[in-house]
Design a protein around this ligand. Structure first.
Ligand code: MG
Length: 254
């Protein structure tokens, strides 16, 4: 499958969709507090998306190789869960947790993807540092996402920044986005300078580092979706949808 270069018209729509998604996710993040269930967060995200006349991208989405469709709009991954956690009425947040909120939006037929990890009340110093480092890793990755660079340059920059302080999840990666929620190319959070797919102005990509306090190893839960750290350590995840240009990358989900 080849990479898709978006037209000026499509970029306009993605810019509007990205802005809406950022507004919605910020509102959902504000609801995060001890005593709130992950189901409530999902329901709130769904309501906000529908109010704007858009569609949640993950609800009923069936990724390649999955037998069951994802049952919610929002992915909620708490503490040692890395990504793709399923919201539940039985899962109540408590002081000291960290939660990754990952949301995809379909606006006028085009997709954007965005994630943040937020603290639940007061969190440990180690969790605070993890959140800061993962957020910075995303900034560093985006900085390298320029026309003429390659996918390898993005991964290289993230890996160099992390400098073995955290485990970088390798089995999951960023991706092209726009016409579909997942498009080519895959964008690993590690890589070699100058290697891989060349970045071309008009490409739209989701960059999403996932860092673990402990080892990089992961396990999948029997629910078919939730991915956890193998050693039980906390994990964080930040993601933006970004337009590749000749110069400064443009963050669409802000
Ligand atoms: Mg994504």
């Amino acid at each position: 499958m080849a990479v898709i270069i978006k037209t000026a018209e499509e970029i306009k729509t993605l810019r509007e969709g990205g802005k809406r998604l950022a507004t919605i996710l910020a509102k959902v993040a504000k609801r995060v507090a001890p005593g709130v269930t992950t189901h409530e967060l999902d329901e709130y995200a769904y309501t906000l998306i529908k109010e704007m006349g858009d569609e949640p991208a993950f609800l009923n989405y069936k990724p390649h190789g999955h037998h069951i469709a994802f049952p919610a709009s929002l992915c909620v991954s708490v503490n040692n869960e890395i990504v793709h956690g399923i919201p539940s009425k039985r899962k109540t947040l408590k002081e000291g947790d960290i939660i990754s909120l990952d949301l995809g939006l379909k606006h006028k037929g085009l997709f954007t993807d965005h994630a943040v990890t937020v603290p639940v009340g007061k969190i440990s110093k180690a969790s605070e540092q993890l959140l800061r480092a993962t957020k910075e890793a995303l900034v560093v990755g985006i900085e390298s996402a320029r026309g003429g660079n390659t996918v390898g340059d993005i991964g290289y920059a993230i890996e160099k920044f992390v400098a073995r302080r955290y485990g970088i999840v390798r089995e999951l990666s960023g991706h092209g986005v726009g016409k579909k929620i997942h498009e080519d190319p895959y964008i690993p959070n590690y890589g070699k300078k100058g290697k891989g797919q060349k970045l071309i102005p008009g490409m739209v990509v989701a960059i999403e580092p996932m860092l673990n306090i402990g080892s990089a190893g992961i396990i999948s839960l029997s629910d078919g979706y939730t991915i956890k750290t193998i050693d039980g350590s906390h994990s964080a995840h930040f993601e933006h949808t970004v337009l590749i240009t000749e110069g400064e990358p443009e963050i669409l989900t802000k």
